[in-house]
Design a protein around this ligand. Sequence first.
Ligand SMILES: NC(=O)c1ccc[n+]([C@@H]2O[C@H](COP(=O)([O-])OP(=O)(O)OC[C@H]3O[C@@H](n4cnc5c(N)ncnc54)[C@H](O)[C@@H]3O)[C@@H](O)[C@H]2O)c1
Length: 323
Amino acid sequence: MTGGAGFIGSHVVDAYLAQGHDVTVVDDLSTGKKKNVNPQARLVTADIRDPNLGALFAASRFEVVTHLAAQLDVRKSVQDPCFDASVNILGTLRLLECCRTYGVRKMIFSSSGGTIYGECTTRAAHEEDPPRPESPYGISKDTAERYIRYYGKVYRLPYTILRYANVYGPRQDAHGEAGVVAIFAGKLIAKERVTIYGTGQQERDYVFVSDVVQANVAALTKGENDTFNVGTGLTTSVNSLYEDLARLDKDAKKAAYAPVRPGELARSVLSVERARKHLGWEPLITLQKGLEETYNFFQQQNNSAVFKNRYTPKAITRSLYVP
Ligand SMILES: NC(=O)c1ccc[n+]([C@@H]2O[C@H](COP(=O)([O-])OP(=O)(O)OC[C@H]3O[C@@H](n4cnc5c(N)ncnc54)[C@H](O)[C@@H]3O)[C@@H](O)[C@H]2O)c1
């Protein structure tokens, strides 16, 4: 598994371990955290672009590679498309070469339904719709998918591609660019005002992380050589998302509004019929329930951060033993 120290990957690691699989995590900890990695998994701190990755594959004989490591900041991909392509395209190619050389049974790839299809003006995006990415990140995910299909066809390396909508849930980075739910929850708990860019009427498909995990579990045994959207088929505006979250916080302030950010889509939503039919998967967690779990997680994290600052062993040692 690559990217297993990150938000989604760490939950997938937990689920695979719970199913009795041996899990090795390859992660360079660039955005992921060591503390996210389940101690029952083996953590190899390495870059997926490392030319020596083959040695790890040779020694470990992996059966399945679930590939989540990525550069996923859309704005960074615009500022530095070479870096984005290097991680998302060349990194994926490095893994494909290792899979081909060392007889891996399957690759499961995390792609991005939110960026590959572009605007979904009239209806939810279906898997057969032509890709119309509007950012270097969307282009690099689309390109990685094409290489995966090429390896499937030419080298008979089976794969399942999962195109996620907007994923949210515990362990998402509240300071990053990706997760509006994490950013809003973080601000609410810090008693800060939330900023909404544009009118707030832009619509997204928000899928809870445990549902995304279940798609990665289903893909271990199903959905061979196919591509699936992993979302809910439902849209929620940013305004309505904030209202739902703000209801959970008694001190919530009114959101502030700032000019729309260039390149932001007006509407993105994924049809999940194919995953229902062929993966036997469907989203189970309602937005209400998912937001509650996420908000509670950030609140607990905030409380334990305060606790740690006051009572870390270091602080106690100093006050007790330093003259
Ligand atoms: N979060 C979303 O809403 C969303 C939506 C669509 C697709 N995805 C995809 O899901 C996957 C996981 O995303 P996430 O939200 O958990 O992000 P994340 O940043 O929490 O996780 C990514 C992980 O990859 C690791 N990583 C990055 N570059 C690496 C490299 N060169 N070598 C090794 N490890 C590297 C990071 O340290 C991190 O642990 C990504 O492929 C992303 O494109 C996420």
